[in-house]
Design a protein around this ligand. Structure first.
Ligand SMILES: [Zn+2]
Ligand SMILES: [Zn+2]
Length: 353
């Protein structure tokens, strides 16, 4: 499409017309989705829900699919809005919001832009006893199955619960993060959240069985070639970097499953690479606390391989030192600080150039 010769007016009209035609087609699409749902034929296709079906067949994100399915239902109760959308009088976004307003409040909607309309809709959502009960537990989503190194979590808690969560996170952050670490509040809370979860997993099982629900898959050939930068992932989950892999080996609390290129399981030597309980106790006793120069923390001590396994480091007392949770989990494995050994039980951390 060559638009170089179009005037400004023609361009503007084109955009508006295209949007209204998209809206008209949305009505058709949503009617078909509603009918599909009524027949429950998506279940026969093996999909759990109409949203899953729509996402797969229409090749759209789950967010878009959810919006379509949800609006499809709402529009059946708001035929006037569907008509306006089909006629190209309003956009899909506006129709979506109007469908959520009580019919008597829809007049005069043209006086609001989409942002204003959204606020109006929010104000109409009264906090009824029913809704309070419905959302009373709050919710917490962890996205899964993505290839990203970072997994987003989002959710909402009832006000009182939220304050409690906040207080617990901040308290735990104070316990585990040395005061000289300048971290944003959000970063401190993320670390505290993980620490609390780890504690819980350790308490509910022995150290040997804890966390074994989390299995990490290592494609041995790929991982060896890239020094662990590729080929490592949580079973049916996100990818992991080399730092995390080494931390897993230090802690020995996650099932490590290796595969060769031919897909054959490979024994990665959980026993030889990970630190046994006896050896762990010996090292912690020898060091008497975190070995980082000047660190007073003796809480949640962990044992670390000074020379990592990927560089041929051995799992024996000489190659192991004790670190507090923060220095191990954050400084060494996440931030990649180098260890300079000043003595058997005294080290200094240095940022690599
Ligand atoms: Zn380590
Ligand atoms: Zn420390």
């Amino acid at each position: 499409m060559e638009l170089g010769s179009y005037s400004e007016d023609q361009l503007d009209q084109l955009i508006v017309r295209a949007e209204s035609e998209v809206g008209a087609w949305r009505v058709v699409e949503m009617a078909a989705i509603a009918e599909k749902r009524r027949r429950r034929s998506h279940l026969a296709d093996g999909y759990r829900s109409i949203v899953d079906w729509t996402a797969a067949r229409a090749d759209v994100s789950h967010e878009t699919a959810r919006r379509l399915c949800w609006t499809a239902t709402r529009l059946r109760e708001a035929p006037g809005v569907a008509e306006q959308l089909a006629a190209g009088d309003i956009s899909f976004d506006r129709a979506q919001l109007l469908a959520r307003l009580p019919a008597e409040d829809r007049d005069g909607h043209q006086g609001y832009d989409i942002f204003g309309l959204r606020r109006l809709v929010a104000n109409h959502r009264r906090l009824t006893r029913k809704r309070e009960r419905k959302t009373g537990n709050g919710y917490l989503h962890l996205t899964s199955g993505s290839d990203d190194l970072m997994v987003p979590i989002w959710g909402a808690f009832p006000g009182l619960d939220a304050r409690m969560v906040e207080k617990a996170l901040d308290q735990r952050a104070d316990e585990i993060i040395p005061s000289n670490q300048r971290l944003a509040v959000a970063e401190r809370r993320a670390l505290a959240f993980v620490a609390i979860c780890q504690d819980d997993l350790y308490q509910t099982g022995s150290a040997e069985t804890a966390l074994t629900d989390v299995a990490v898959i290592v494609d041995a050939d790929t991982a060896a070639e890239s020094g662990g930068e590729t080929g490592v992932s949580v079973l049916a989950g996100p990818r992991l970097g080399p730092g995390v892999l080494e931390e897993i080996i230090c802690n020995g609390n996650v099932d490590l499953i290796g595969f060769t290129e031919k897909g054959k399981p490979l024994d990665l030597g959980r026993r030889s690479r990970t630190v046994g309980r006896k050896l762990r106790r010996h090292v912690v006793h020898r060091d008497g606390g975190c070995t980082v120069d000047g660190c007073p923390f003796s809480y949640r001590l962990q044992v670390h391989h000074v020379i990592p396994w990927s560089h041929g480091g051995k799992t024996d007392a000489d190659n192991l030192i004790t670190l507090c949770w923060f220095h191990h989990h954050v400084s060494v494995h996440r931030e990649g600080l180098q260890i300079i050994r000043l003595g058997v039980s005294r080290v200094r951390l240095k940022r690599p150039r």
